[in-house]
Design a protein around this ligand. Structure first.
Ligand code: OAD
Ligand code: ZN
Length: 252
């Protein structure tokens, strides 16, 4: 794979690299993205019916069942070559993974994730008292279209348990946001990988990193809103581009 001549050296010299990732980094693990035509979740499901506090209040079993279906997909998936390449780079320099994804594929590849900006499928909590809750052990037996599963109840107060993800209209977890801001303060290179760069405030992160002097490299098969800001746009699948580039950096 060919890269711009100076890019492998820039990667090799970086001291602190942020990987800002979106659904596309998990696509090659078989986890659907949100906005890809045909396969994207938001082309098949209505976000207003499934990913808002109002939707959960209206029909908790529909919403809980849909997140159980997504959790089941992640449980049966494996990290791909992109997650693995990102994890491996941490042996060479400081790496901060800032993800919009609610899966744990970065962690299972060996990365310590600095920020889960949109929460996590594995961190359900009580809607009333906020206590963390647990999923039943094992892989939920749910199917794609419309498995209604009543949410569990809180062990402490009996309240309803909700998925630990950020819904439309909700704020981002402050500690994760803070961690991402701190990472921007010292990063000299940021990879934006597999995100449409459409959802704010997360989409501001690469822009701020560029303003802060970091070199921004985008990895995405499609053009995005970030193309104009990124110093390098690598059009390809993350599972091909990242291992090849990080290998080239090792010998640069
Ligand atoms: P999107 O579905 O909006 O964008 C996925 C991006 O990944 C697209 O730009 C694709 O071109 C790209 N892509 C697809 N396959 C790829 C591959 N193999 N390698 C690299 N890139 C690939 O997903 P996000 O940008 O993550 O929010 O969406 C942002 C947020 O919108 C999500 O976190 C979610 C959603 O609504 C919440 O749930 C709050
Ligand atoms: Zn409770």
């Amino acid at each position: 794979m060919d890269f711009p001549a100076d890019l492998p050296t820039r990667v090799a010299r970086a001291r602190h690299v942020i990987f800002f990732t979106g659904a596309g980094v998990s696509a090659e693990s078989g986890i659907p993205t949100f906005r890809d035509a045909q396969s994207g979740l938001w082309s098949r499901f209505d976000a207003a019916e499934l990913a808002t506090p109002e939707a959960f209040a209206r029909d908790p079993a529909l919403v809980w069942g849909w997140y159980e279906w997504r959790r089941m997909k992640v449980l049966t998936a494996r990290p791909n070559a992109a997650h693995e390449a990102i994890a491996a780079l941490a042996a060479d320099c400081r790496v901060s993974v800032v993800t919009q994804n609610v899966d744990d594929l970065h962690e299972r590849a060996g990365s310590k994730v600095c920020a889960h900006l949109h929460g996590h499928l594995n961190r359900p909590r009580c809607i009333d008292c906020g206590s963390p809750a647990r999923h039943p052990a094992g892989i939920p037996a749910v199917v794609e279209d419309g498995a209604r599963i009543p949410p569990p109840t809180c062990m402490k107060c009996g309240g309803m348990v909700r998925p630990g993800v950020v819904w439309f209209g909700e704020s981002l977890p402050p500690a994760d946001w803070q961690a991402a801001m701190e990472a921007i303060g010292s990063a000299d290179l940021l990879f934006s990988v597999g995100t449409s760069s459409l959802v704010w405030p997360a989409a501001e992160i690469p822009v701020w990193a560029a303003q802060h002097g970091a070199c921004v490299v985008q990895v995405n098969p499609q053009p995005t809103a970030l193309d104009e800001i990124a110093a390098y746009n690598l059009h390809g699948a993350a599972g091909c581009v990242l291992p090849a580039l990080l290998m080239a950096a090792r010998t640069a």
